[in-house]
Design a protein around this ligand. Structure first.
Ligand code: SF4
Ligand code: SF4
Length: 132
């Protein structure tokens, strides 16, 4: 198990967790990242960071709220493959709010998925002008 940093850290980044972590396993790039990440391979599950966070962003892996579950992988990926981390995708920084609470999936009705686009409106019929 590991501890995981989730959405409330975004743009807070006060680093209280870093100060109390005994194994220095919480990191970020100051100029690039809008939140911090816990290295799951280094975290010793001591729990010291959880109460230190002023915005309740840190949870044990098992207790991450359902709508923030993706942050578990997001924390790990930052350490394993930063080049493909969503925040670094394609070399461009992607705004992190895109990784906020997951929206419910949108499923269009079959008719909407198969419908062909409506043709452009027809031009109004020309009316001959009397006397010309
Ligand atoms: S649980 Fe302990 S070891 Fe793991 S990130 Fe928090 S302070 Fe560091
Ligand atoms: S203490 Fe909380 S808000 Fe501050 S950097 Fe750590 S996870 Fe982010």
């Amino acid at each position: 198990m590991t501890y995981v940093i989730t959405q409330p850290c975004i743009d807070v980044k006060d680093k209280s967790c870093v100060e109390v972590c005994p194994v220095d396993c919480i990191h970020h790039d100051e100029d690039d990242d809008r939140m911090l990440y816990i290295d799951p391979d280094e975290c010793i599950d001591c729990g010291a960071c959880e109460p230190a966070c002023p915005v309740t962003a840190i949870f044990t892996e098992d207790d991450v709220p359902d709508n923030w579950k993706e942050y578990t992988a997001l924390n790990a990926q930052w350490y394993k493959d930063k080049g493909r981390h969503p925040v670094y995708a394609g070399g461009a920084r992607i705004p992190l709010p895109a990784y906020g609470p997951a929206s419910p999936p949108v499923t269009l009705p079959v008719a909407a998925r198969t419908a062909t686009p409506a043709p452009p409106p027809l031009l109004p019929a020309l009316t001959p002008v009397a006397g010309k």
